[in-house]
Ligand binder design. Structure first.
Ligand code: ZN
Length: 547
């Protein structure tokens, strides 16, 4: 089951079907929606298929928001396979799956994934077409030489902005004023001009510009960057709408991870300086993020300020931020794979690289990944519009954007350690009842409810603030009638204690609210009485007691 290559969409679908058939008591496969082109968006529920599976504390994992980030798709599949296998060999984990549920959406954008897998030019997310009536004019990426990979194309011209890098001949470095005009080149993604006037060398707008990870409800606003946009309104794309609806229908989820590439980092809140999250939630999620990446090569990076492209123009509509700010779920983006570290390049802030790429870093990446099998040296190609040009370069998909095949299994080992830590933080309520006899006919039931999870019973406090998650409810029933119903409020998790009152271990204090509470209920008669407790995110259960 160790993955040494990336599955096609069809392969992914058949693996999910086989898992659902072979582990029918644990795995359920369903479709939560369809992509722009009508492909199914799959959701797998993992947990013992006994009553109340969708009311147990739950963890959410997804991948493939960005369809070129293949390691996220295989990372979600790999985690699902590991958990499923482990359920057969580890009775404690099998028992855990009887009390909790894991939801996995391995490929949020199946159109984009299938398209990138078959060698289409770089796509951010989906195949949402441009608005009706759009005329695209200019250079449009496509595979000109038919080798199934869109690489780079270069042609000599004295107005070109690039020259050949003598040290790394595959690499085209930035031209400087010292360089001879005769050595200058134009460089673009492999492609050709559409609706061309035969003269201008300008780029066309992207054909498929939607970035799904700007189309979610958290701080959504109209937005464009790198020729990509946020969609018409939050959830305007069928893929993001399906995801939002599926999560909304599963209020039992309190911890989540969304898999992306490439940085080698877990992104933690805040996503912007004016985040609606309270300080307690930000501190808790930062701390949990650091716990998740402990003893790995991955860093836990706060998006604001360290992973922000442009502080004056913060991004909105991000899924992980929506998970936290809209749904009150401790949700993270995991950026799998650090190509810079793999190439031996030290980077303290990858966001700076995307904004203002350092020539030495670019050279280092190309130099390192040139040895990969997908690399092609510059070769002449007869271009239908430009005459003879040259095509060459590394294959970006299995070098920079995703781990090379031979590095994939190792990377997924680390990725799974991180994901599996986020799974183990779910809130979990347990209850004890003591009968205190008060007289021949009456008694008090002392009901003690406590949360043993890292997260509080709300998940993060934002969920309670937004009214998404009511407090823990306790009901007492006699054989024939309801006796009493109480709202016991929210209970802390130990992660909250650690990042709150206990955050200074030299002088730790107990919290104001705490993890445990109680209620006394007067009952008459001989019983028995049923004490039932329910927390949307921390589980439910019942006990029957007698005098
Ligand atoms: Zn991404």
């Amino acid at each position: 089951m160790a993955h040494s290559s990336y599955p096609t969409l069809a392969e992914l679908g058949s693996v999910l079907e086989v898992l659902a058939a072979d582990f029918a008591q644990l795995v359920e496969l369903e479709t939560i929606g369809h992509s722009t082109e009508g492909r199914p968006i799959w959701l797998v529920s993992l947990g013992q298929r006994t009553a109340g599976r969708d009311e147990r504390p739950a963890f959410w994992l997804d991948g493939g928001t960005h369809c070129a980030e293949w390691a996220g798709v295989v990372g979600a599949l790999d985690a699902l396979e590991r958990w499923t296998q482990r359920a057969s060999t580890d009775p404690r984990f099998a028992d855990w799956l009887g009390q909790h549920t894991i939801y996995v959406v391995p490929c949020i954008s199946p159109d984009g994934y299938a398209s990138m897998m078959s060698g289409a030019p770089y796509l951010r997310s989906t195949l949402r077409p441009p608005p009706d009536g759009t005329v695209r004019t200019g250079w449009s990426p496509e595979d000109i030489d038919g080798d199934g990979v869109v690489r780079l194309m270069r042609w000599r011209h004295p107005a070109g902005a690039f020259v050949i890098d003598e040290a790394v001949p595959l690499h085209m470095r930035f031209r400087t004023p010292d360089d001879d005009a005769a050595e200058a080149f134009f460089v673009a993604e492999e492609g050709q001009f559409v609706e061309w006037d035969g003269v201008r060398w300008t780029g066309a707008k992207r054909e498929f510009g939607l970035d799904l990870n700007r189309n979610f409800p958290g701080s959504w606003r109209p937005f464009t960057m790198f020729g990509m946009d946020a969609g018409a309104f939050p959830g305007s794309a069928p893929e993001s709408r399906a995801l939002v609806d599926a999560l909304h229908a599963r209020p039992n989820v309190s911890s989540a991870m969304s898999l992306h590439t490439f940085t080698g980092a877990l992104l933690v809140p805040p996503y912007r300086a004016d985040t609606p999250l309270g300080r307690g939630d930000v501190a808790l999620m930062a701390s949990l993020g650091r716990d998740c990446v402990r003893n790995t090569q991955y860093a836990a990076i706060p998006v604001c300020p360290d992973f922000t492209y442009d502080a004056a123009n913060p991004i909105g509509g991000v899924w992980a931020d929506s998970l936290a700010t809209v749904f009150g779920v401790a949700g993270y983006t995991l950026e799998i794979w650090n190509p810079f570290a793999a190439a031996g390049i030290e980077m303290d802030n990858v966001a700076h690289f995307f904004r203002d790429p350092d020539p030495d870093v670019l050279q280092g990446l190309v130099a390192h990944f040139s040895s990969q099998p997908g690399t092609r040296a510059w070769q002449p190609v007869d271009h239908p519009q430009l005459g003879v040009v040259e095509v060459g370069g590394i294959e970006m998909q299995r070098t920079v954007r995703n781990p090379p095949d031979e590095r994939l299994a190792d990377e997924l080992d680390t990725v799974f350690r991180i994901i599996d830590r986020a799974r183990r933080v779910l809130p979990k309520v347990r209850c004890t009842v003591t009968v205190e006899v008060r007289g021949p006919e009456s008694a008090d039931l002392l009901i003690i409810v406590e949360n043993l999870g890292y997260l509080g019973t709300a998940g993060i406090e934002q969920a309670a603030i937004l009214g998404r998650v009511p407090g823990v409810r306790v009901e007492v029933r006699s054989e024939h009638a309801a006796v009493a119903t109480h709202d016991l409020g929210q209970l802390d998790g130990w992660g909250q204690t650690r990042t709150g009152s206990g955050s200074m271990p030299l002088l730790p204090a107990l919290p104001a609210r705490g993890h445990r509470t109680s209620v006394r209920v007067r009952v008459d008669g001989p019983g028995p009485w049923t004490v039932a407790w329910h927390s949307v995110r921390a589980g439910r259960g019942e006990l029957v007691v007698c005098r």
